[in-house]
Ligand binder design. Structure first.
Ligand SMILES: Cc1ncc(COP(=O)(O)O)c(C=O)c1O
Length: 355
């Protein structure tokens, strides 16, 4: 099967499904699967960065992604049959078994699996898969033109944005398609109150009056791992404290710099919003510097951040103590989880049939 074939038809790629490493063309779900009908799944998106010099693939902040996934699952009453340590080991094993020596994307999904008709969360079987595929840029990193969406971000008491729920991505898809069909690159979504929330799959940062600002968790955002990373880089490398506060729509029009952040988007500077140039209409100094630092950190080029990386092919990570939490000025509760050593644990999983 050629490498252009869909994953589901490939026998040369390995997928982890319900405790087993299987050739991708043997990893199947039924057409009546609950999550396919009703969007009742929670997932993560994790990047691996290939470093050709060290011949290593570094998976970025696995622990934080899997901790968030466990929280998402709690919200949806889904039981994930693996601990965070086991999930880390599965991710490493998957990338290794697929021999990925390029930038890649790891996607675990925990979902309601019963083949049944009926909308609910309880008394349904939960299944789990994880896959790893090659991945390039998700959005342009050379300057995005954004439009404020007419679609509002889902509210915490509708579909909670803090949980990465597969069904909630219909909200993002509406916004993204509207933006692109209107000639923009990406959407910026507002809350139902009209405050800035986030992009279709990215958090947002603004530089206003020389202050780095981002909407707080109460503005219906996904608490991004990259968002936390940016706050930590800003504090440690730039001596800047990020202020989490409510952001008005028109602040998008007067900001000196704006950038979107996400595992997929990485650090994506915004150069235009609703046809108005952001600052000088080109990548600003802060966004540019953030891109540079982030790019070095994720590729293992800054030893003091190696704790965030899990090497796949075995080079020993240099373990340097890091602060537990980003210092952020915020109104309300705090953003994100701490940092800890990412040591793969043992997982009991069947070996693949075809290896
Ligand atoms: C809606 C939404 N917001 C924000 C983000 C950024 O989150 P992270 O940095 O953890 O990838 C994502 C990423 O997938 C997302 O889908």
């Amino acid at each position: 099967m050629s490498s252009a074939a869909p994953l589901s038809q490939r026998s040369d790629m390995v997928v982890f499904l319900n405790g087993e490493y299987l050739p991708a063309d043997q990893a199947r779900v039924g057409v009546l699967t609950h999550a396919l009908s009703y969007g009742t799944g929670v997932f993560e998106g994790i990047r691996g960065y290939w470093n050709a010099e060290t011949e290593e693939n570094y998976l970025f902040r696995l622990r934080e992604h899997f901790e968030r996934m466990h929280k998402s699952a709690r919200i949806l009453q889904i039981k994930i049959p693996h601990t965070v340590d086991e999930l880390i080991e599965i991710a490493v094993e998957l990338v290794r078994r697929n021999g990925l020596r390029e930038n890649c994307y790891v996607k675990p999904l925990a979902y309601k699996a019963d083949e049944t008709i009926g909308v609910k969360l309880h008394d349904l079987a939960d299944h789990f898969y994880m896959l790893a595929v090659p991945m390039g840029d998700y959005v342009s990193t050379t300057g995005l033109r954004c439009g404020v969406s007419s679609w509002r971000r889902v509210d915490d008491n509708m579909i909670p944005a803090r949980a990465k729920v597969s069904g909630a991505y219909v909200n993002s898809a509406f916004a993204k398609t509207e933006a692109q069909q209107s000639g923009f690159d990406e959407a910026i979504m507002l809350t139902s109150e009209g405050h800035v929330s986030e992009g279709s799959a990215e958090n947002i940062f603004l530089l206003i009056n020389n202050e780095l600002v981002t909407p707080p968790p109460s503005e219906n955002i996904l608490l991004g791992v990259t968002r936390d990373t940016v706050m930590q880089i800003a504090r440690r490398e730039m001596d800047r404290i990020t202020r989490e506060r409510v952001v008005d729509r028109t602040e998008l029009y007067i900001a000196d710099e704006i950038f979107l952040t996400g595992t997929g988007a990485q650090i994506a500077p915004v150069i235009e919003v609703d046809h108005r140039p952001v600052g000088a209409g080109k990548i600003g100094p802060l966004g540019g510097e953030m891109q540079r630092l982030y790019g070095e950190i994720v590729r293992g080029k800054k030893p003091e951040y190696m704790e965030w990386l899990t090497p796949v092919y075995g080079s020993a990570p240099k373990r340097v103590p890091m602060p537990v939490q980003a210092d952020v000025a915020h109104n309300g509760h705090n953003g994100h989880n701490g940092v800890s050593v990412q040591k793969p644990a043992k997982v009991k999983a069947a070996r693949p049939a075809a290896q």
